[in-house]
Design a protein around this ligand. Structure first.
Ligand SMILES: [Mg+2]
Length: 357
């Protein structure tokens, strides 16, 4: 199969602020594998340098290093589960970067789905013994609050509640945390779950105090309050809110023992659907609750996460309702009443690639 790459830039509707910086334009790398018979599968690479420290140029180089490996594989290899696993392992040895491996993994799953005329989630469910005739699942998702000020955050919380979301997520360690959390709680009412994400922005010394200050508002959990699995583990003893590991979810410490209540997994960082399901199984064995989130992924990345979620059955609302944050493109996978329907077309889903044009 032949590899093809195309860089895509998409503007966000408004600048998004987190403790690691602000984001206005998202760059993604559309990744295709073309079979000589005319079938194509599509994935994307979605590194975000301010968040994961991985540069797009390095991901592109890593994918170029896989070109020769993919060129030696036929569609029959891709369709055979064992040969496909070997192909992916060969790509992993060359690519090293999980963000690059994810792009290939997604494109191969999409190609398999297109060849078999099945959505990816059904291909994933079949080996696990799930009923292939089961109803199309939906995945519960959170609303992501993007407004950096109290009034805007409160307005979004009201909109989220009216739209039927049960969970909103708010960035913290960005300034005025207590004021914004209080405003969101006031607007959200008592029922809505409020999830915080510090993106590792608090120091180990200040994090306990911040959690004590914010906990009375009623917090579902806080993602990555401090940077690193060991630091989160140390903080979690006696913490007044549940903690989740996100940025450091794939660090050796995080998957050696349970360091927090929950773990947030991402398609790009786990090396794709295959890697995410493996990490999720390992995390569940250790006793973590598992959920999935995106880092402003495009529709192919979001769809991949939804397919994985369909077989994983996440324990908490997933951070996958982020396509609506892009400007100039209708959301091809919109949330309804706080849940997203898994794409039921072939492969990762129909009409998703058009978003990248
Ligand atoms: Mg996070």
């Amino acid at each position: 199969v032949r590899l093809a790459l195309r860089t895509v830039e998409r503007a966000l509707s408004s600048s998004f602020l987190a403790s690691h910086g602000s984001l206005e334009v998202r760059r993604l790398l559309l990744t295709a594998v073309h079979d000589h018979g005319g079938l194509s599968g599509y994935g994307e690479a979605a590194p975000l340098h301010s968040y994961d420290g991985v540069a797009m140029s390095d991901v592109r180089d890593a994918l170029e290093d896989c070109r020769i490996v993919l060129a030696g594989a036929t569609l029959a290899d891709v369709l055979d589960a064992t040969a496909r696993a070997e192909l992916l392992a060969a790509c992993e040895r060359r690519a090293v970067l999980p963000q690059a491996l994810a792009a290939i993994d997604l494109a191969l799953w999409d190609l398999v789905g297109r060849a078999r005329r099945e959505p990816v989630w059904r291909l994933l469910a079949a080996p696990a013994g799930a009923d292939p005739g089961a109803a199309l699942p939906t995945i519960t998702v959170n609303w992501t609050i993007t407004s950096p000020d109290r009034a805007g955050a409160a307005r979004e919380a009201s909109l989220a509640r009216e739209a039927g979301f049960a969970t909103v997520k708010l960035k913290v360690a960005t300034g005025d945390d207590a004021g914004r959390v209080a405003a969101v709680r006031a607007a959200a009412g008592p029922e809505l779950a409020i999830r915080l994400d510090a993106n590792g922005g608090w120091s180990a010394a200040e994090a306990p105090r911040w959690l004590e200050v914010l906990a009375p508002a009623g917090i579902e959990l806080c993602e990555e309050p401090v940077a690193g699995a060991e630091a989160i583990e140390a903080l979690s003893a006696g913490a007044p809110v549940a903690l989740a590991i996100d940025e450091s979810a794939t660090s050796p410490a995080a998957l050696a023992r349970r360091c927090a209540d929950a773990i947030c997994l991402k398609i790009a960082r786990c090396g794709g659907i295959s890697g995410l399901l493996g990490a999720a199984a390992q995390a569940r064995t250790l006793g973590y609750e598992v959920f999935i989130a995106s880092t402003f992924d495009g529709p192919l990345g979001i769809a991949a996460a939804l397919h994985a979620a369909a077989v994983l059955a996440p324990d908490r609302a997933c951070g996958l309702a982020t396509l609506g944050l892009f400007a100039d493109r209708p959301d091809p996978l919109p949330a309804r009443a706080g849940a997203i329907r898994i794409p039921d077309g072939v492969g990762l889903g129909d009409e998703l690639v058009a978003w990248y044009d």
